[in-house]
Design a protein around this ligand. Structure first.
Ligand code: CA
Length: 227
């Protein structure tokens, strides 16, 4: 399995890293929430170990963004120092799949990751996102517009998926930038050029542009085809 560890305590992160690697997994690690979210949405992982208290962005917020903004259902095992029912419920409510309280046994972490992965891969639900003439399949990362497949680079797909999450709503440039690039210092030209590429590909596939520029505010996805 390809596993992402998002944990700011270096001793815990190292223990997890070494143990999981010794079990034969390929492991990546991030020590803060922003880097963690960025990795989680730009690479494919079979499971994420997510510490709840993190610098930059806490684990609950990260999990919510992963589910609601990036539309990813990567299994998340939340690690926390707190052991109250309220805390557990809050984790689940924001999209965590499982929960472990520190201190934990490394073997249990691995067993739970494997179990989560099995449950997840056994699910047949494709959770395809559909908006007007657009559809997006997060499992295959494929986009279809007005019956035609659209070839897009991953960042353009993320942009589109973000907007498809809430069709009709105006997304600010800042919001789209942080949703796609995390809080990495991207210039507005990066967003502009990806938006341009996305719109050109959509026009080529479906014959019209479903994205509207709202001057001074940002962009919005229009669900209805032009008459
Ligand atoms: Ca922590």
């Amino acid at each position: 399995m390809h596993i992402l560890i998002i944990e700011d305590d270096p001793a815990i992160a190292t223990n997890l890293y070494d143990f999981l690697e010794a079990c034969g997994h390929s492991v990546d690690a991030a020590a803060d929430g922003i880097t963690g979210l960025h990795l989680a949405i730009t690479q494919h992982f079979d499971g994420i170990l997510l510490d709840r208290g993190l610098p930059g962005m806490d684990g609950i917020t990260l999990c919510r963004k992963l589910r609601q903004e990036a539309h990813l259902d990567t299994p998340v095992l939340m690690l926390t120092a707190r052991d109250t029912l309220e805390d557990k419920l809050k984790g689940f409510e924001h999209g965590a799949d499982d929960y472990l309280v520190k201190p934990f046994a490394l073997r249990e972490v691995e067993a739970r990751l494997v179990a989560m992965h099995k449950r997840h891969s056994g699910k047949v639900t494709s959770r395809i996102l559909e908006t007007g003439n657009l559809s997006f399949d997060p499992k295959t990362m494929s986009v279809n517009f007005a019956g035609a497949g659209v070839k897009l680079p991953p960042k353009c797909i993320r942009l589109l998926a973000l907007m498809m999450g809430e069709p009709g709503r105006v997304f600010s440039r800042k919001e789209l930038e942080s949703g796609v690039w995390g809080d990495a210092q991207e210039t507005s030209d990066t967003l502009r050029s990806h938006m341009h590429e996305l719109r050109r590909a959509l026009i080529r596939a479906g014959g019209y542009d479903p994205i509207e520029t709202v001057h001074g505010l940002g962009y919005r996805l229009v669900t209805r085809a032009p008459a």
